[in-house]
Design a protein around this ligand. Structure first.
Ligand code: HEC
Length: 86
């Protein structure tokens, strides 16, 4: 019983920490925004376009406020880099 409980806690922790650490925002974006279509490259859209796109798509992906904020930050930051290199 105790072993089963510990195993359950380990599984629960793994599922909440898999978007932590280096690359976590990218994994989060690809997991949640790649459900219905291939996740767009951040540079496919201008940094100024992402807030509206995430506002529209966030509810479809069932995102809470924290995840929506992380995904938006990731997309805007990466898009700014891509557009600066053009
Ligand atoms: C439930 C399915 C679903 C999920 C989840 C989803 N999308 Fe979409 N997405 C669509 C569909 C369908 C379209 C086609 C255009 C439309 O219906 O608005 C689309 C189109 C897009 C487009 C293209 C818009 C354009 O103007 O060409 C972008 C960018 C996009 N999604 C980003 C995202 C992001 C970012 C997320 C995560 C927050 C996400 N999507 C999650 C279904 C989804």
């Amino acid at each position: 019983m105790l072993v089963a409980g510990v195993a359950l806690i380990a599984v629960a922790c793994a599922s909440t920490t898999r978007f932590d650490g280096p690359g976590g925002d990218r994994r989060l974006y690809r997991a949640r925004c790649g459900l219905c279509h291939v996740p767009f490259a951040p540079g496919d859209f201008h940094p100024d376009d992402w807030p509206d796109l995430v506002a529209e798509m966030g509810p479809r992906a069932g995102l809470g406020a924290a995840y929506r904020e992380r995904i938006l930050n990731y997309l805007v930051t990466e898009s700014e880099g891509a557009w600066a290199r053009r």
